[in-house]
Design a protein around this ligand. Sequence first.
Ligand code: PGA
Length: 255
Amino acid sequence: RQMSARRLMVGGNWKCNGTMGFAKSFPADVLNKLKFDPKKVEVVVAPAALHISTVQSVLKNNVHVATQNLSLTGDGAYTGEFSIAMVKDMNISYTLTGHSERRTLYHETDKDVAKKTKLAVDQGFTVLACIGELLGERESGKTKDVNNRQLNAIREECEDWSKIVIAYEPVWAIGTGKTATPQIAQDTHAEIREWLAANVSKEAAASVRILYGGSVTDANAAELIAMEDIDGFLVGGASLKPAFHQIVEACQNAK
Ligand code: PGA
């Protein structure tokens, strides 16, 4: 990859995993020992919401904390939700939106994802907005249509893309051990950048970071980050393991 102006990013998505013990030990044993230059690599972890304050109390290494989701509603009679005001109150300024598990298992629509993205951007958050196609969609040649549909929904809500990071996560590669090859990921990232140039601005196409997600491990991170349009990773399974260290290291060492 040519040295670009884009700062790399590695996100760790813990999903619904971990115990209080893990929320103390993993930041102490792994995250506080990561070696990276925050000017080159931005590192963010998204624990389950219940574990966030524990993680925050242990972290001391320029690692940021994110929520995995947010509520569209504010404070009030919304049992089971947490508002963005509560998230801000915890000094958090990063969130994921539109993870495929939210879309598939909890029926979030493109519009819901776009509105959550807008809400968070308006509150000054950096948003890792997730997009990506299902296996059948890739096999029937619909990848670009699906990604563009998900991106268009966000574009309809958001004018300012300076705080949006796109996480391209082909659903067939999530948790399956099937990583997109570096070339497949690169080709899709390049299409996303073309979409940005045509639909947002040339400036956004040059500056918006596009992360790859889906079975990223310490074994494939270096070859993926070598690709021109891959600006980092959103990591699930491997973000719960010491291998997260090597993934951050691969980004720190990227040429
Ligand atoms: P995985 O998950 O790394 O376990 O495939 C990625 C994600 O869902 O963000």
